[in-house]
Design a protein around this ligand. Sequence first.
Ligand SMILES: N[C@@H](CCC(=O)N[C@@H](CS)C(=O)NCC(=O)O)C(=O)O
Length: 216
Amino acid sequence: MSLTLYYGSGSPFAWRVQLALEHKALAYERKVLSFSAGDTRKPEFVALNPRHTVPTLVDGDFVLYESNAITAYLDDAYPGRGAPLFPGDAKTRATVWRLMLEVDDYVAKATDVVAEYAFWTKPEERDPTKLADARKAVGEEFAQMTRYMKGEFLVGPLSAADFSLYPPVAFMFRSRIKLPDFDADGLLTPELKRWKARMEALPYFDKTIPPHWKES
Ligand SMILES: N[C@@H](CCC(=O)N[C@@H](CS)C(=O)NCC(=O)O)C(=O)O
């Protein structure tokens, strides 16, 4: 087994895969690509992944991109390492998939609007009404996720769905480095607050925090 993960610091998609790798205690080599240096567009990386995205996993002679596919592959190819990330019966596993897709199709689309406003909109172009609308949409998505929760985690036991949801939630808190008044805490229901604390208490959680977040 020789696993290499190409990732970018702060990529929410890469973060979910790192959580999966750490959960399964798989040894892997990390290759950090710099978005600002255009590393994802360099020919050697495009040769691996024509979509030029991180995360990209190389397992021997097998190359895989798309974070959800990578997480599912790791769980399938390396069974018996930690609790399964797609646990339970067919219905529960299908629910994990549904939630992962809902995170991508709804939750992340809402949090992306806040992130775009915080990180990529010039202060003079910011419109507080837009931020308020974006924050409301995120709050609605977080409330929806809360309604789905079946106990300590989204489907009951910890699963790949929790790994998908955590990074967009964390991004709302990270937005405060650009928007100090942004009330990220107030976006979380009490259940989601407890869930976030549980995620951050996972024994391998700290290893997955984006390196540049630790510096600032
Ligand atoms: N659907 C993809 C999305 C991956 C993605 O958009 N990654 C971004 C970083 S967050 C990226 O690599 N962008 C660089 C580029 O497009 O060149 C997944 O789940 O892996």
